[in-house]
Design a protein around this ligand. Structure first.
Ligand code: GAR
Length: 205
């Protein structure tokens, strides 16, 4: 199988979604693209270790090193160019990308968000905060969404969603874990394969 779509995964933390992508590549569920680079904005992100263990090249680009957001994003774009990246997966990447950046990869950036968009999303909703908000509101069903990334935080076209039941004794932590296990770790690799396969087909013609 030709594997000519190079995928970069952008991370900030633990990288369990990255682990799901690595697992999907190993099992063959992700076969239309290759995990070619992991970029972290945090030098101590455990995701970097996961990438190194899997033999994936890594780069650290820290916001604080740069004078402004544009210079930070230019540094990320330069690393992506260096590795001939075709598509980007945001897997727990806790920075909002500007329109200048997202336009460069129109319909080629995916993000996983731990709720059923349009609930509990947008600026300020990330990580555990999303699950705290869902529990506080009292919804009985939540889930995860994979969507294309544009200039509106969590506002791009939805690719896949999966619902997850909320249980009476849930804490933000137990809910986060269930949403990851039952939804995120499944739909992120699936959506990545869908988009990679489409890009691979476009490259062929
Ligand atoms: C995941 O739950 C992901 O959906 C969320 O952060 C966590 C990262 O975990 N992302 C957002 O909230 C983005 N708005 P991971 O590093 O173990 O994959």
């Amino acid at each position: 199988m030709k594997r000519d779509i190079n995928i970069a995964v952008l991370v900030s933390g633990g990288g369990t979604n990255l682990a799901a992508l690595i697992g999907a590549e190993k099992s063959g569920d992700l076969h239309s693209g290759k995990l070619a680079l992991v970029v972290s904005n945090k030098a101590d992100a455990y995701a970097l270790q996961r990438a190194a263990d899997a033999g994936i090249p890594t780069a650290v680009v820290q916001r604080k090193i740069f004078a402004d957001k544009a210079a930070f994003e230019d540094a990320i774009l330069a690393v992506l160019d260096e590795h001939h990246i075709d598509m980007i997966v945001l897997a727990g990447f806790m920075c909002i990308l500007s329109e200048r950046f997202t336009r460069r990869y129109d319909k080629r950036i995916l993000n996983v968000h731990p709720s059923l968009i349009p609930s509990f999303c947008g600026e300020g909703f990330y990580g555990l905060k999303v699950h705290e908000a869902a529990l506080e509101y009292g919804v009985k069903v939540t889930g995860a969404t994979v969507h294309f990334v544009n200039e509106v935080p969590d506002g791009g076209e939805i690719i896949l969603q999966k619902a997850v039941e909320i249980l009476p004794d849930d804490t933000p932590e137990t809910l986060q874990r269930r949403v990851m296990e039952q939804a995120e770790w499944k739909i992120l690799p699936q959506a990545t394969e869908l988009v990679a396969a489409k890009l691979a087909k476009e490259k062929d013609v």
